[in-house]
Design a protein around this ligand. Structure first.
Ligand SMILES: [Zn+2]
Ligand SMILES: [Zn+2]
Length: 303
């Protein structure tokens, strides 16, 4: 199954009607990962019909409010809804203290297992793994410590060839073949896996590049990612402003996608000074054709 990305927020720091602050959801094989949690994220999750108990991991890029301020509310809601499922939150140094102060003064007593992981350092590091994916964090260049995240699917199992398997009746034989194993009984080869399967779908990967100045170091962290989300706060006309505030333009986001040889680019984090987002697409496409605007509630399949 492809990685499904749902855009929950596409705005930046100051409010703009119709755009919520940064957040998106990645779904791999029914496991949900929330990336950033700006204000309004809970409302978008509701609107998109997301079963929030299935969110087991939350990745926070940095502690600026437009990426973080929805998180205390979301955790409080999980508590009020008697969440039982474990939750892991990853973020930069300070996230533990910020949340702890919140819980202390709100007198919120967390009733489910909540593990906070603080990321530090200047290198790409693996932060989690399960049966389907490896997840890495990598440093970005912003005004405060900021990390991007890379979700990489593991090598998939081969696909059964429908034309070849129609006469195989035993489920255990099909299961073995699907796992790439030959079926051998009493030392006799019954079915050779390679004869009954088609090559596995190549694994997909999704890189989330949050607030950052234009930074070609990203090539070493996310080269070959199938899809990159990259912030695009400004248009070319405000490139100097992007530089001064450690943000990027749409053109710069597209140049990073090209440099990293991605198949697809999503751009978001639009400054509220721009009412129309079409010029972002136009400027990005000059450098990278397969660019899409991060439109809220829209889903993108990464495969
Ligand atoms: Zn931001
Ligand atoms: Zn920021």
């Amino acid at each position: 199954m492809p990685i499904k990305i749902t855009i929950l927020g596409s705005g930046s720091a100051t409010p703009f009607l119709g755009r919520h602050q940064t957040s998106l959801l990645a779904d791999t094989e029914g496991t949900l990962y929330l990336i950033d949690c700006g204000e309004g994220t809970q409302m978008r999750l509701l609107e998109c019909g997301v079963k929030t108990s299935k969110i087991g991991h939350i990745f926070i890029s940095h502690l600026h409010g437009d990426h973080f301020l929805g998180l205390p509310g979301l955790i409080s809601s999980f508590n009020s809804l008697s969440r039982k499922a474990e939750l892991h939150i990853y973020g930069p140094p300070g996230i533990k203290e910020l949340l702890s102060i919140n819980f202390y003064y709100q007198q919120t007593f967390i009733d489910f297992t909540l593990t906070l992981h603080e990321i530090s350092g200047d290198n790409k590091i693996q932060i989690m793994e399960n049966g389907y994916v490896n997840v890495f964090a990598f440093p970005l260049k912003h005004r405060i410590p900021t990390y991007g995240y890379l979700i990489e699917e593991k090598q998939k199992k081969p696909n059964l060839d429908p034309a070849k398997i129609k006469n195989i009746r035993h489920i255990q034989h099909l299961t073995a073949l699907k796992s790439g194993n030959d079926v051998v009984e009493n030392g006799v080869l019954i079915y050779k896996a390679a004869d009954y399967t088609l090559p596995a779908t190549p694994p997909a990967s999704f890189a989330f590049v949050s607030d950052t100045i234009y930074n070609t170091d990203l090539e070493q962290y996310i080269k070959g990612a199938t899809c990159i989300y990259h912030e695009a706060t400004f248009l070319d006309s405000h490139e100097a402003r992007a530089q001064a505030t450690y943000h990027s333009t749409a053109s710069q986001a597209a140049q990073i996608a090209k440099l990293c040889q991605a198949n697809m680019l999503l751009i978001g984090h639009f400054s509220s000074r721009y009412k129309d987002t079409e010029p972002f697409l136009k400027e990005a496409k000059k450098h990278f054709e397969h660019t899409y605007l991060a439109v809220e509630k829209k889903e993108f399949l990464v495969e």
